[in-house]
Design a protein around this ligand. Sequence first.
Ligand code: NDP
Length: 450
Amino acid sequence: MIKKIIENLEKSNCSVDGIFIQAVSEVMNSLQPVIENDDRYETYAILERIVTADRIIQFKVQWVDDHNHVHVNNGYRIQYNNALGPYKGGLRFHPSVTEGMLKFLAFEQIFKNSLTGLPIGGGKGGSDFDPKGKSDFEIMNFCRAFMRELHLYIGARIDVPAGDIGVGNREIGFLFGEYKRITRNYDGVLSGKPFTFGGSLLRPEATGYGVVYFAQEMLKEELEEVLENQICTVSGAGNVALHTIEKLQHIGAKVVTCSDSEGTIYDPSGINLTLLRILKDDGRRLSLENYATQVQGSQYIKKADYPIGGHATWNIPCFAAFPCATQNELTEMDAQILVNNGCVAVIEGANMPTQPKAIELFLREGVLFAPGKASNAGGVAVSEFEMSQNASMEKWSYEKVDAKLKEIMCQIYKRVALTAKEYGKERNFVDGANIAAFKRLAEAMILEGV
Ligand code: NDP
């Protein structure tokens, strides 16, 4: 049955949706033992229904730049599945955005959201707009134009978007401002809002901090190990990477790398987070080359100067690796180098950053591997906390949000590890995550009827 579903998808989605098929195949490959044991999944056509989005919305975004030139971009919102709650998932602004890419991200999101145990369904959206090199006013004009269309489809109880690549606090602020102007509604229609108007404390930090909380729990339970005093490597220099580095440094780990789409920084004395923020935080996208010119002993390795098929970040020996940049960034070759250098754990901060053959290698070699849909779920969890605070007009303290985030990451780890064990796949957290998420989602779909 699983083979037939993937064949049908390949036929109907053509080659443009390669990354979507990759995400579906990974999940489906985990589900065989679950499907075999319960006829209801076939009776209710759960697999066919789960791989098909509820709706895919595409719209035109027309906006004017600082020189009065008119531009047109594609905008999307994919409402994938709301069996567990309102559609929930980020918006990505990046020139590589296509319908296929957003389908992959939305599909991953329904499983991630299911794993949190919270009442949230899954969706994703975005645009092929490139924020790089744009002024604040151009970003604002684009966000306003984007919301002029998007507001037709979202709502605090319908679909609640958040940030992703290229969409942070600033963009969510502009989007929310426009939503409010158009609808006159001051409600929790977006999460990741600035704290001054309805945002939750710790939302910007949540994904990165959650990644580290997951890693701590996994290492403690599986290996009786801690991250303190250990060398860690992180890729990326955006929201997820910055806060992963920050939390790792808080707990005494030594982070020696970061990267962006142009290259990697290796700083053996430990990444200088203050400088990194000056270069990259709040939507600034200055080259990492500036880091190496300002920090003695650090090295900038340009992507173009590194052998094809691998990334300099993963060539640096480490105890634990945290891919936090983008999908498919960690190749089989990178995985082999990490294994050869004695890396014991890989914890994904980005969505699907590890290629399938690299995952196989980690599992084969006994490297603890935490898939993003489990380890990076802290962001969406705190987004749901933001929705709760907005609905009840409350403001939770930093300590309360942090404690709840920690608790939820530990629960996700336990759910994933126990499910893997239950199905005879001990320490296979990919299967554990896929099966646990699927069972909760499928149950809701069966109970709500067709
Ligand atoms: P940001 O836009 O803040 O940062 C993305 C970072 O990745 C930038 O440093 C960017 O560099 C780098 N990057 C982008 N493309 C590439 C590439 N092809 N090769 C190397 N580096 C690249 O995004 P986020 O930090 O928010 O998101 C990072 C990942 O985490 C994504 O996979 C996202 O889906 C996932 N995620 C994010 C969540 C959130 O709360 N923000 C929640 C859960 C998952 P450059 O500036 O040069 O483009």
